[in-house]
Design a protein around this ligand. Sequence first.
Ligand SMILES: Nc1nc2c(c(=O)[nH]1)N[C@H]1C(S)=C(S)[C@@H](COP(=O)(O)O)O[C@H]1N2
Ligand SMILES: [Mo]
Length: 417
Amino acid sequence: MDLRDEAAYDRLRAAQWRARTAMSRRALLRISATAGLGAAVGGMAPRPAVATAAGPIVKPLPPELFVVYGSNAEMRWEAMRGQGYHTPIDRFFVRDHTSTPLIDVRSWRLRLFGSGLHGSPTLDRAVEFSYEDLLGLPAREISAFIECTGNGRSFYTTQQNQQVSGTAWKLGAIGVARWRGVPLSVVLDRAGLTKHAVDVMPRGLDPDYVDAGTNHGRVRRPIPVAKALDDALLAYEMNGRILPPDHGFPVRLVVPSWVGISSIKWVGDIEVSDAPLFSPWNTQYYRLFGPGYPPEGSAPVARQVIKSALELPWNATLSAGRTTVLHGRSWSGHGPVRRVEVSTDGGTSWQRARTHGPERPGGWLCWEFPWRPDGTGPRTLLARATDAAGTTQPDTAQYNTLGYLFDAVVQHPVTVA
Ligand SMILES: Nc1nc2c(c(=O)[nH]1)N[C@H]1C(S)=C(S)[C@@H](COP(=O)(O)O)O[C@H]1N2
Ligand SMILES: [Mo]
């Protein structure tokens, strides 16, 4: 089929739309019931209606699943015990710079503009896609983690005695979901991408971010056009459900293996430029600062680093003289995890964990390790992974003032009783 032929293209698009409509009508009805939106799709309002929820985060945050820090909530790792490969939505971490907006999908449009497009130089001459337009475009489903760059930040302080600023996450600012949506490459192509484009900058519809009295405007961060065309996805479904408000409804970007801030939620517009783009999120945040780094910081951080977590409560109590199977997961932004080792004696000896399930780039690897503790008292459990790039988790992470990219082995305290 020649998709440059208008009629052929229309037929294909109509078929795709019919295939998706059953889901989307039902889903829209479901959303309208929960988010107080009207039932019908359509309407020509040029700007989306955006409301704010009662609290920063919409979904329930029960204390057995989450630790809440203002507008952010991390998953308790013990909540992954007994779960499948993916993180269920009810326990997927949330990181909001301000608060979750409630967006009326009938008036929502995705608008693309900039010097990297043919004929849409400015926002008022943008190429627009409605929600229905996106549902009608070729869809793709991927499994990918989204992880906050500061995941593990608290261990700079508790394990390395270093001062860092930002949310004091343990290891729960990560989740792996099944994301379905339209490849960003498809939308860029339809919008008239030129061969001179270099950067693509999505911007959220959440409120302006104000830090220490400075208004930085709406959350936005460029990615290089090569990554945008490679595997970035404009996702409208998460784990087979309509994307929930806290995770970016109606549409978020998913940028596999890259720092969580790349995966902009509640996307309203995307600037495509033939010159490099800058925002506070690739200049003053999300670079490495401190001793050993230039004053303007490192290059903007891109890939996540390697980490491991045990599906156990912090300070869990385990039974002496009885075998407990320890479960955990390891992941890296530099390729699949190839090997996981566990130490139950503070790092003197290490043994291979048994791994199972898929070894996917941009996902995590599940593992288990049977342990029969002798004696009683406090113990420290360690897990360390090695990825396809050959990187093994070090004992110490390289310090940076904002506490990003903690990759060192985490000392997980337990008590044997
Ligand atoms: N518009 C917008 N996009 C955003 C954010 C935000 O506050 N606003 N937070 C970013 C950060 S820092 C992270 S780690 C991820 C978190 O995604 P989640 O809340 O779905 O887990 O979203 C990113 N996208
Ligand atoms: Mo983040």
